[in-house]
Write a protein that binds this ligand. Structure first.
Ligand code: BES
Ligand code: MG
Ligand code: ZN
Length: 478
C-alpha cells in the first residue's frame, strides 16, 4: 500500500474512489456538497464520535464516508486516531482500492502524521500463512488531502507504521519459523544498519552464562544479534530486546493452556528490529545500537535446571530457582555486554518479562522502571507523544533484598510478591552506573480478542514500543 499527500483526490483507472470526511458533532462541514450533506442528515448522522456512514450516489464514482469526531470541545488527537481507524475498517469492506482522507484541520501536521500511521496499523493483517487473506482485495492507495508541505509528516507516519508492522510480522510468526536465524536475516535486510552476530560457541566463550544456560536445550541455534545505526558522533544509546522465540518455561514447564501465546515472548526483540528500521529510514540524527539475545526456552535432557548457578558476562552469578524466569537471565548478559563494549550514554531494555506486570497494569500500559529519574521523566514525555502508555513502578531495597541468594550473588526470582519489581532489581545488577530504563511489555506486546482495546490494533502482536522508542531516541539526541 502506498500513502501520499495531494491537494486533489485520487481514483483508480476507472475513476472509482472513496473519501473519508470528518465531522464534528452538531457542526456543518462547509467542504461537502449539498447531496452528501442531505443524505447524511436523512440517515440521522450528526458527527457522533466514531459514527461512520458510507453513502454512494447513482451518478458519481466517488463514494463518501462521513466519520464523527464527537464534540469539538472534547477533541483530542487520540480520539481522531480512534475515529479514523473505525472509518478505515468500514471503508475497507467496500473493496474500493483508492481511499482519500480529508483532514479535520486541527493541528494538520500532527493529524497528517497520525492519518498515515493509523492507516498502516489498522490495515495490517498477518496473512503469511493464510491461503486467502481475510480482508480480500486490499486498499492500494491512500491519498491524504493537503498541501505538499505535509509530505514530511506523512512520510514519518508511514515509516513508523510500516516499521511497527515489520515488528508485528516477526512477533506473530510461529515459533518454529520465527527463529533466531530468521531474525538475523530480517536484521540484515535493513539498509544503513550494520549487523554483527555472536553465535553460541562464541558467546559461551565470552562468559555469557545466562544466554548459554537458557539456550542449552534449544534446537534452533541461539544468537546475540547486534544492529548499529550511527548518524551522530555522540555516544550511543543502546536498546536491548528480549528475544525468547518460545517460552515453554523449560524444566519448570508452564501449564499447557495458553502456552501458544509464548511465541510472543520475542516481542521485545521484534520491537528493537522495528526501531532500527524506522530510525534508519527516517535518517534521524542519532547513534543507536540494538541488541537481541535470541533463543528458545525448552526442556530436555540437556536443559539447564532449577538449582543451577550461572555466571554472567560481568562476573555476577545467579541461582536458578525456576527455569521459567529465563528472560532476565538472557537480558543480564546482553545488558552487561552492551555496557562494556559500547559504553553507551544510556541503555534501555524492552522485555515481555513478567506476568506480574500484566496483573499490575493490565494490557494497555507498560511497566517503566530504571535507575535514573531524569531518563524516566523523558520516557514519560515520549510516551505522551507517541500514545504508547507507560507507568512507573519502584525498585527499592525491599525488592533487592528479595532476590538475595544464599549460594550465589542473586537468584532469578524473588517469589510471588512484587514480581515486576524484583525482575527489574535483578536486571539492575548488569548495567553498573549507566543510566538505564526497563520497560516490561508483557501486557502490551500483544492483544487477545478479549483484551484488544485499540481498534487500530487487531488480534496478535501490537508492535508496542517501536514508536515510543523512536520518539525517546530522538529526544535524547536533541
Ligand atoms: N515470558 C514470561 C512472562 C510473561 C507471562 C509474559 C505472561 C506475558 C504473559 C516470563 O519468562 C515468565 O515466565 N515469567 C514468570 C516469572 C516467574 C517464574 C518468576 C512469570 O511472570 O510468571
Ligand atoms: Mg518464562
Ligand atoms: Zn519469558
Amino acid at each position: 500500500m502506498n500513502i501520499e499527500v495531494s491537494e486533489n483526490k485520487k481514483s483508480d483507472s476507472s475513476g472509482k474512489m472513496i473519501s473519508i470526511i470528518p465531522f464534528f458533532e452538531g457542526e456543518e462541514n462547509r467542504n461537502v456538497n449539498d447531496d452528501f450533506r442531505k443524505s447524511l442528515s436523512e440517515i440521522g448522522f450528526n458527527g457522533k464520535l466514531r459514527d461512520t456512514r458510507i453513502v454512494s450516489f447513482p451518478d458519481s464514482k466517488e463514494v463518501l464516508c462521513g466519520v464523527g469526531l464527537g464534540k469539538r470541545e472534547k477533541y483530542s488527537l487520540d480520539l481522531y486516531r480512534k475515529a479514523l481507524s473505525s472509518a478505515i475498517r468500514d471503508v475497507q469492506k467496500t473493496k474500493i482500492s483508492h481511499v482519500n482522507i480529508v483532514l479535520p484541520e486541527i493541528d494538520i501536521e500532527e493529524e497528517a502524521l497520525e492519518a498515515a500511521y493509523i492507516s498502516e496499523l489498522t490495515l495490517y493483517e498477518f496473512s503469511t500463512y493464510k491461503s486467502k487473506a481475510n480482508n480480500g482485495k486490499a486498499i492500494e492507495k491512500i491519498t491524504i488531502i493537503g498541501k505538499s508541505s505535509l509530505a514530511g509528516s506523512v512520510t514519518k507516519g508511514e515509516i513508523l507504521g510500516k516499521a511497527t508492522n515489520y515488528a508485528r510480522d516477526f512477533a506473530n510468526m510461529p515459533p518454529s519459523d520465527g527463529t533466531p536465524t530468521y531474525y538475523e536475516k530480517l536484521a540484515k535486510d535493513l539498509k544503513n544498519v550494520k549487523v554483527t552476530v555472536i553465535e553460541k560457541e562464541k558467546f559461551k566463550e565470552m562468559g555469557m552464562g545466562g544466554l548459554e544456560g537458557v539456550s542449552r536445550a534449544a534446537r534452533e541455534p541461539a544468537k546475540l544479534v547486534i544492529m548499529e545505526y550511527k548518524n551522530s558522533e555522540e555516544k550511543p544509546f543502546a536498546i536491548v530486546g528480549k528475544g525468547i522465540i518460545f517460552d515453554s518455561g523449560g524444566i519448570s514447564i508452564k501449564p499447557s493452556a495458553g502456552m501458544q501465546e509464548m511465541k510472543f515472548d520475542k516481542c521485545g526483540a521484534s520491537a528493537v528490529l522495528g526501531v532500527m528500521k524506522a530510525l534508519s529510514e527516517m535518517e534521524l540524527k542519532v547513534n543507536v545500537i540494538g541488541l537481541a539475545p535470541l533463543t528458545e526456552n525448552l526442556p530436555g535432557g540437556n536443559a539447564y535446571k532449577p538449582g543451577d548457578i550461572l555466571r554472567h558476562y560481568n562476573g555476577k552469578t545467579s541461582e536458578v530457582i525456576t527455569t521459567d524466569a529465563e528472560g532476565r537471565l538472557v537480558m543480564a548478559d546482553a545488558l552487561a555486554y552492551a555496557v562494556d563494549k559500547f559504553k553507551p550514554k544510556a541503555i534501555l531494555d524492552i522485555s515481555t518479562l513478567t506476568g506480574a506486570c500484566v496483573t499490575a497494569l493490565g494490557n494497555n500500559i507498560a511497566g517503566l522502571m530504571g535507575n535514573d529519574e531524569k531518563l524516566i521523566k523523558q520516557m514519560m514525555e515520549a510516551s505522551s507523544r507517541s500514545w504508547e502508555k507507560v507507568w512507573q513502578l519502584p525498585i527499592d531495597d525491599d525488592f533487592r533484598e528479595q532476590i538475595k541468594s544464599t549460594v550465589a550473588d542473586i537468584k532469578n526470582t524473588g517469589g510471588s510478591q512484587g514480581g515486576a519489581e524484583t525482575a527489574a532489581a535483578f536486571l539492575e545488577n548488569f548495567v553498573g552506573s549507566t543510566p538505564w530504563l526497563h520497560l516490561d511489555i508483557a501486557g502490551t506486546a500483544w492483544t487477545q480478542e478479549k483484551t484488544a482495546k485499540n481498534e487500530y490494533l487487531g488480534k496478535g502482536a501490537t508492535g508496542y514500543g517501536v514508536r515510543l522508542l523512536c520518539q525517546f531516541a530522538a529526544s535524547i539526541f536533541e
